[in-house]
Write a protein of this length. Sequence first.
Length: 215
Amino acid sequence: MKARGLVLLVSAVLLGSGLAGCTSSGGGSNSDLTCAYPAAGSAVKQVNPPSTDNVANTGTLKVTMHMDAGDVVMDFNRENAPCAVHSFESLANQQYFDDTSCHRLVPGFVLQCGDPSGTGRGGPGYSFNDELTGNETYPYGTVAMANAGANTNGSQFFIVIGDNVQLPASYTILGTVETDTMTVVEAIAAQGVDPADPSGIKPLEGGHIASVTLG
């Protein structure tokens, strides 16, 4: 899922196994994992980059998006994508996602959010590497990072709303939407896109995120 523009990746980027951009000196405890968040572009909303040391790599993070259409509850897997989850947690704690809107809807495919500018080109002013095994699949309800190519993750993410979405294993998976709140995402998708939007991709109604809370 390209974070900038509308072009979708049609072939997988060859990536090595393991977690790119994260290093651990030992057995994967919460105290020895480091992540890198180098500066990248201009931040559309001023935030500090996440801490780079002592990144948690076990357990889950519960995230609730309080949207106009209702609450969307997501469970993020720290073990699968510790650097991505750590970044999202940092952004949420700094209210980066508050008072923003999901900017892209492809019915039967994805709902994309996480850009305060609403253009699909905005980010937090830093990037981080992919966390991929090469065996990723994206079933219904998956939450994954959008990107503009390999190792260009920022703040944008997407929720899969199709049953048989075929994507290359190029998008770091944060976690999943809890099943009973996928009805909120479906309600947004059911409204379709805004006919007044020149790009033809913005959700018509319900895509505004009032706030994001953790835990």
